[in-house]
Design a protein around this ligand. Structure first.
Ligand code: NAD
Length: 353
């Protein structure tokens, strides 16, 4: 059992990546976790139920835009780091409701940075020296990669969707707080993640749920958009590596180094679902092309060299990670039902009638 240590404040820890990070952190690190999450439609208590009895995990239901709450949490728990993952994350929703994304991803990030800076300025000695603010960005801030191009930590921000623009704004704020006040920040820009407990509005779980229930798999456009898929466990290890060894003021890109078209991934999912269920159905026939997302980026690819130099490398191949993810969704219908219900309630709340 790891020894008790100072705490860390993780935002968005009831979400897909945040929840995986909280579980991985508590299994492998000593520090306690204060988990600040608004429990939006994407933040599910069921994702954290195995931690309900863990005294090292404190879930605080609250908003990152609430400056007084953030101030109170920093003063009470004196975390040695803030790991900021909370965000509105679904690109399609950002096209429907851009202001919501600006509110959480820009104002929320600015509020956290402001409170973290005030807190950090009041620290002294080792506590001040070792404090870090880690910002979870995305490779989508760089826009669409040209054929053969790999984004690097020097690539210009060129966001194309309202979601990506709100994350790029967050990165600008992080840079500004580091430059203006000297706040020790690090940022990480991972590629698309996949794995257990991802909301089924996102590409991979959406395809999996369609495949296992023999429904059409809706594939945007020609399906030849290329993505570098990173298993969420590898992403969380990358976050911890950047926190521990990253140089303040820098950003680190994380990816598996391998790209696949959306169509190829959908076909892998169909074959894996048929193999796991064992019913011999040809699910590839269920793939159905639908109208493309407006402004859809064609390709994402990153150079994760600087992160590799810190000792990180991805451990999970897509073939292995995807097969396990398909199996997880088949075997965890209670989680899936909760997530689908949460999405349904979110969409009803949005509907004018
Ligand atoms: P998610 O949508 O699954 O979870 C987001 C979490 O943030 C939810 O638990 C939600 O309740 C919480 N949240 C939203 N607004 C909040 C607010 N105002 N105050 C407090 N909590 C709030 O997202 P995810 O896929 O786990 O992504 C986590 C982070 O990683 C995000 O910052 C995202 O931009 C980034 N990212 C995601 C991917 C990916 O492929 N999923 C890739 C690169 C970067």
């Amino acid at each position: 059992m790891p020894q008790r240590d100072a705490s860390v404040l993780i935002t968005g820890g009831a979400g897909f990546i945040g929840g995986t990070l909280v579980r991985q952190w508590l299994a492998e690190e000593a520090a306690q976790v204060v988990n600040l999450d608004k429990l939006t439609y994407a933040g599910l208590r069921i994702s954290l139920e195995e931690l309900a009895e863990d005294p090292r995990h404190l879930l605080v239901e609250g908003d990152i835009c609430d400056a007084a709450l953030v101030r109170e949490l920093l003063a009470e728990h004196r975390p040695r780091a803030v790991l900021h993952l909370a965000a509105e994350t679904h690109v399609d929703r950002s096209i429907d409701e851009p202001p919501k994304f600006a509110e959480t991803n820009v104002i929320g990030t600015c509020t956290l940075l402001d409170q973290a800076t005030r807190h950090w300025m009041g620290l002294s000695g080792d506590e001040r020296e070792q404090f870090r603010f880690l910002f979870m960005s995305t490779d989508e801030v760089f826009g669409s990669a040209a054929p053969g191009e790999h984004f690097t930590d020097r690539s210009p921000l060129a966001a194309n969707s309202p979601y990506a623009a709100s994350k790029a704004a967050g990165e600008h704020l992080v840079h500004a707080f580091a430059h203006t006040y000297g706040l020790p920040t690090v940022a990480i820009n991972p590629t698309n993640n996949y794995g257990p407990r991802q909301m089924p509005e996102k590409f991979i779980p959406r395809m999996i749920l369609a495949a296992i229930s023999n429904q059409p798999l809706p594939l945007y456009g020609d399906g030849l958009q290329e993505r570098d898929w990173l298993h969420v466990d590898d992403c969380c290890r990358a976050i911890r590596t950047v926190l521990r060894r990253g140089s303040p003021g820098r950003r680190y890109l994380a990816g598996s180094g391998r790209e696949h078209s959306n169509r190829a991934v959908a076909e892998m999912i169909c074959d894996m679902a048929s193999r796991y269920i064992g019913d011999g159905v040809d699910r590839r026939a269920l793939i159905a092309h639908v109208a493309d997302r407006p402004g859809h980026d064609r390709r994402y690819a990153v150079d994760a060299g600087p992160l590799a130099a810190l000792g990180w490398s991805p451990q999970t191949s897509l073939a292995d990670g995807l097969a396990k993810t398909v199996a997880w969704y088949v075997d965890n219908s209670a989680w899936t039902a909760t997530a689908v219900d949460s999405l349904r309630r979110r969409d009803l709340a949005r509907s004018p009638t």
